[in-house]
Design a protein around this ligand. Sequence first.
Ligand code: SAH
Length: 383
Amino acid sequence: MTAEAQAAPGAWPAPGARPAPARDLKERLLARIASEGPISAAVYMSEALYDERAGYYRVMDPIGAGADFITAPEISQMFGELVGLWAVQTWMDLGSPAQFEIIELGPGRGTMLADALRAARLRPPFLSGARVTLLESSPALQAVQAQTLASAPCPVAWMDRLPAGGRPMILLANEFLDCLPVRQFVKREGVWRERLVGLDPTDRGRLAFLLSPDPLASRDLALVPPSLREAPEGALVETRPGLEALIETLSDRFKTAPGRALFIDYGSAASEIGDTVQALKAHEKVDPLAFPGEADLTARVDFAELARLAHAAGLEVAGPVGQGSWLKALGIEHRAAVLRQAHPDMKATIARQFHRLTDEAQMGALFKALAISAPGLPTAAGF
Ligand code: SAH
């Protein structure tokens, strides 16, 4: 399968089809590269994350205090609750459709959606018209989601790809885009070349980054963000092939029914140079090539790239804004005050959670929210 096809959300086993975990991914990659030659950074990321038998997002249950990383909904219920209020406002912006879909990409442990649906109880017609669809590549996490959402107030189902048509839709994705593989291009001797993963020439039992001897094909050159084409010698730029497929699907969907998608992730508001691929294992940064399948691999989201693709498809974009200001615009200060009053013993914990989600030095600025809407809707809440 090509990097592009694997990078697109979709193409994973149906719920219940649980592949047997395997730990031989590094050996298989070394053998494949030895016989077929180096692979792109994006193909490496695809294999490390989505290999049927050993990919990180196929076999691991990575989220939480004792696992590899922690996410905003796992830090505090306030995050999911405000996403729930955002969804209710979005539903009203869509004209309060009697039947509509909530789709979540990469729902993790299902915590955000559970908190969101609880907050949405204040609008019973929202809940009675909602149908939830989850897209999740990890069978282990699908099982956790089923448990978390066992008493959800609306029907919940799993799907293996985002349908290009359907009911009016509210799409949610927190820390999903950062998992989609990136290609990396480096300018060397004035020419853009692809960064590849090959064998370390001094130790052929190790993976190492190297540069393609060939210049980028002109169709790939077009993927270098326009603002960075004149970057200096040695510059590295990243591009995420999966975004294009995602925007295409949104655009197709919005031709038959209106909708809005919310993306929250860590990343930059403008396209920047630099290698941002990082691997996390048990909350520690590790070498991205050392543990394929056993470490979480992500790269910063380039929100400018996402916005550019959405605009080019004729869709409307709000943001990006910092997660802190987005949550504040939606009322997190008020929500924290109400929680503190209800649980005086938890005051310090709630203050810590609030700080972590909103402070500029914590998740408040690095994490950003961006909404993509069908044309003609009111401005998205919080932007
Ligand atoms: N949104 C959750 C989880 C973030 S981690 C939270 O905020 O806690 C990334 C999630 O996306 C995991 O659930 C992972 O298994 C899933 N995932 C990663 N790549 C995917 C893909 N291509 N398709 C579907 N799910 C994917």
